[in-house]
Design a protein around this ligand. Structure first.
Ligand SMILES: NC(=O)c1ccc[n+]([C@@H]2O[C@H](COP(=O)([O-])OP(=O)(O)OC[C@H]3O[C@@H](n4cnc5c(N)ncnc54)[C@H](OP(=O)(O)O)[C@@H]3O)[C@@H](O)[C@H]2O)c1
Length: 240
């Protein structure tokens, strides 16, 4: 009876994760949303197996993350988290380039795309809610890879790319440090592909169901030695 926890569950990739995971009634799925006052109709409509718990977590707000961790502990009543998917993220200023970075926008991207996943994983670890063989997925992007980015001309989404590169570095550090605390823990970065969501846009290459089923296959096939690695939804490793 695996327990999955994911952030950004109300739309896009997060919503599709919940759709696919909740179809198996033996799964417990905790879907976090930025605000309970958002329109959650799509997410609520998925709860056919009564195995989805919707909780609030603004991953750009440390106190919200603390409350979320506490609420998860109450919801799970003794069960541990087998899969933690740090999915929520923003790409709010794609037009900014490296010569026009706004300090406020950069701080916002680092807060949500890097500090959010860092503090969420840290919070669950401190609350002793992670299973000893937990799999943590940090949702990154090909744009967070140095090797991939150097081949993209013209460069794009500078602020976002920098934040996802920083997230990748978080994966490298968490991938070793969490393992010291939890024997079987595996932390990875994941590139979901270019997907038709609000962020990916209509011109994107793949549908959310294809990306999510690919990512779940990768996640379920991870071995202990895969900690601190970077994958695509198609199951290939990405160069950092
Ligand atoms: N789509 C792609 O092609 C693509 C490619 C590479 C990587 N990614 C990554 O995949 C992840 C999901 O992207 P998506 O395509 O599903 O994007 P999306 O459609 O824009 O959805 C983003 C999700 O993140 C949530 N979110 C944003 N800021 C948040 C915050 N402060 N607290 C809590 N939740 C927050 C949003 O909640 P609200 O509804 O409340 O805003 C929404 O649920 C992101 O990390 C993104 O960078 C996507």
């Amino acid at each position: 009876m695996p327990v999955y926890v994911l952030t950004g569950a109300n739309r896009g990739l997060g919503l599709e994760f919940v759709r696919q995971l909740s179809a198996d009634s033996s799964n417990t799925v905790i879907g976090a949303v930025r605000s309970m006052s958002n329109d959650l109709t799509d997410l609520k409509s998925l709860n056919k197996n009564n195995n989805i718990h919707i909780l609030e977590c603004d991953t750009g707000d440390a106190s919200s993350i603390t409350s979320f961790v506490e609420a998860c502990g109450n919801t799970l009543s003794g069960k541990k988290i087998d899969y933690l998917l740090n999915n929520s993220g923003i790409n709010a200023v794609p037009e900014q380039d490296s010569l026009s970075i706004s300090e406020g926008d950069m701080n916002e991207h680092i807060k949500i795309n890097v500090l959010g996943p860092a503090k969420t994983t840290e919070g669950f670890h401190k609350a002793d809610l992670l299973a000893s063989d937990v799999k943590v997925l940090n949702m990154t992007s090909g744009l967070g890879s140095m090797k991939v980015s150097i081949g993209i001309k013209p460069r794009k989404c500078t602020t976002y790319s920098i934040s996802k590169a920083a997230l990748n570095m978080l994966t490298i550090h968490q991938g070793e440090e969490l393992r010291k605390k939890l024997q079987g823990a595996v932390v990875i970065s994941m590139d979901p592909g270019w997907v038709k969501t609000r962020m990916g846009g209509e011109g994107a290459l793949i549908e959310a169901h294809e990306s999510i089923s690919g990512m779940l296959k990768v996640l379920h096939g991870l071995k202990k030695e895969d900690t601190a690695s970077f994958w695509t939804y198609t199951g290939e490793q990405v160069p950092w």
